[in-house]
Design a protein around this ligand. Structure first.
Ligand SMILES: O=C1O[C@H]([C@@H](O)CO)C(O)=C1O
Length: 545
């Protein structure tokens, strides 16, 4: 079946957290419409850019784009930006059931509200390995009052201006900023605006709900919980999980989970749903929603104080939850036993030519003006740097626990060429930032593939010791995974998808500051490129005059 969508993307004044600012909408909505499809369907999205003065591109997060690398929606990698007034058609097959996302992939545009959910159901006659009565979903985001332009300009400036902590956490596009905050223009903030009434999920007592939770925060790692209710985790990034029960779910930007919740508590009242920032000493108040027990009023406040959430700097429970996620028996894809290549990626914050940047092995990434997909297909190799990026860093002499000078750090747009069908291990190694005693959490997202998560550890990765402890029995496959402070995360994937694929920190400002790399594989197998992805940089020459 073909699932056809016609979208118009534009700016509108909205008040998602009661404070009025410009929001990017799809057909008038933010979050945008949910794409519902069945495994094997073709999704077509005809996207009109009505942003007036801003380009756009949309990435289908978690969709592998087998045979359609030009539909990945990554500006600078797989396509030219869609200019104002233009219409671009995305067309791709959703080949697996599960919960996925979509969002802008141009500049830092995602955090202006251009995002939504993709829900892929099983083919007729097949059923999930878990049961529930109703299927619901929420997307968690964080929300700034400043425009992405102001933020991007600050990040690129000397002196550096950091974006700071977000003003609000939104649950399904709804939050509540305190309008009596000193200095807030009262005409811009209206606490009774219905646009910022809280998200409310109505449940029927006794029923079980599958709640699909996606995070597309710009910065924040979150802990999500529902007062008085346990959650059983059953799906992660489109893969069935060996079920485990949590009171709070840690979720990083770019991840999706399905949890089962039974409405088995006192039904005379409502309950809080709360999203709380962890891993940063944040000033952002918890995002609150309501779990509404039918037939109470959907917006009736629960009689209790909302849960405060776990301590922001308590890393151990976050690592424990990462390690608890295993593939469900009967749904295990066993990874190849050995890699053909191991790339170790040291994550650092550096100063380069006076700018604060993020780097992998002392190389900070910047997008080229000619998308790699076109450049590689048409042999325009002068459009990006050809010296290959490093395979690792000097682990014996690098202290990940101290502020390093990293005097050799540079910017580059060179890429990794992977042998088609080879098995590649990626070891993400965290380190200290430029602040003493500080190491951050980074969610890394791979386009075009799922990877096996082989293990997490604290400290400096040691290949001979740590690789012996990899989980090769039932590792979960994911497309987004955190590295914890001062820790490492080991991933394995098959380079079996012809095209060019970004691998990057899903924190909007960190990718903007260079935290990413690009992989190429099997370019010779890529079919003729649609000219609709061209028009910028040196791709112009392939368009008829
Ligand atoms: O990239 C970042 O910059 C700031 C800080 O390190 C410097 O202001 C921060 O918290 C980041 O995550």
């Amino acid at each position: 079946k073909v699932r056809y969508h016609k979208w118009e993307v534009k700016y509108e004044y909205k008040s998602p957290d009661c404070y009025k600012r410009l929001v990017i909408t799809i057909n008038g909505r933010s979050p945008g419409p949910t794409i519902n499809a069945q495994q094997g369907d073709t999704v077509i999205v005809e996207l009109k850019n009505s942003l007036l003065t801003e380009n756009v591109a949309i990435h289908w997060h978690g969709i592998r784009q087998h045979g359609t690398p030009w539909s990945d929606g990554t500006e600078g990698v797989t396509q030219c930006p869609i200019v104002p007034g233009d219409t671009f058609v995305y067309k791709f097959v959703v080949d697996r059931p599960g919960t996925y996302l979509y969002h802008a992939h141009y500049g830092m545009q995602r955090e202006s509200g251009l995002y939504g959910l993709i829900r892929v159901s099983l083919p007729d006659g097949e059923s999930e390995p878990f049961s529930y009565d109703y299927d619901r979903s929420v997307i968690l985001t964080d929300w700034y009052h400043k425009s992405t332009y102001e933020q991007a300009t600050g990040l690129a400036s000397i002196p550096f201006v950091w974006v700071g902590e977000p003003q609000s956490i939104l649950i399904q596009g709804r939050g509540k900023f305190n309008c009596s905050t000193p200095g807030i223009e009262t005409s811009l903030c209206n606490a009774t605006n219905p646009e910022c009434s809280p998200f409310s999920l109505t449940v029927v007592p006794g029923k079980t709900y599958r709640l699909r939770i996606g995070s597309l925060t710009a910065l924040s790692a979150l802990s999500f919980e529902i007062e008085g209710h346990n959650m059983t985790v059953v799906e992660a990034d489109g893969h069935n999980v060996e079920p485990f029960v949590v009171q709070n779910l840690f979720i990083y930007s770019g991840e999706t989970y399905s949890v089962l919740i039974k409405a088995d508590q006192d039904s005379s009242r409502n309950y809080w749903a709360s999203a709380h920032v962890v891993s940063r000493n944040s000033t952002t108040p918890n995002g609150l929603g309501i779990i509404n027990y039918y037939p109470n009023h959907r917006l009736r406040s629960p009689p209790t104080i909302p849960p405060i959430g776990p301590r922001w700097n308590d890393v151990a429970p976050r690592i424990a939850q990462s390690q608890a996620i295993k593939a469900l028996k009967g749904y295990i894809h066993t990874p190849p036993e050995r890699p053909d290549r191991v790339i170790v990626m040291l994550n650092t914050q550096n100063r380069i030519d006076g700018h604060v940047r993020w780097s992998v092995n002392n190389v900070s990434f910047g997008l080229p003006h000619t998308p790699y997909l076109v450049a590689l297909k048409q042999n325009l190799l002068h459009t990006f740097e050809q010296t290959p990026p490093p395979e690792g860093y000097d682990a014996t002499n690098y202290d990940i626990y101290s502020v390093a000078k990293n005097v050799n750090a540079t910017t580059s747009n060179s890429i990794y060429h992977l042998k088609f069908n080879s098995t590649v291990d990626l070891i993400l190694q965290n380190a200290n930032t430029m602040t003493v005693n500080n190491s951050e959490t980074h969610p890394w997202h791979l386009h075009g593939h799922d990877f096996w998560v082989l293990g997490y550890g604290t400290g400096k990765f040691n290949i001979s010791i740590d690789s012996e402890k990899y989980n090769l029995v039932n590792p979960i496959m994911k497309n987004t995974v955190p590295i914890h402070p001062y820790g490492w995360t080991a991933l394995r994937f098959r380079a079996n998808n012809p095209g060019v694929w970004l691998f990057h920190c899903h924190i909007e400002s960190h990718f903007f500051m260079g935290m990413g790399v690009v992989f190429e594989e099997g370019m010779e197998k890529v079919n003729r490129l649609p000219t609709s992805i061209m028009g910028c940089g040196e791709t112009k020459r392939f368009l008829k005059p």
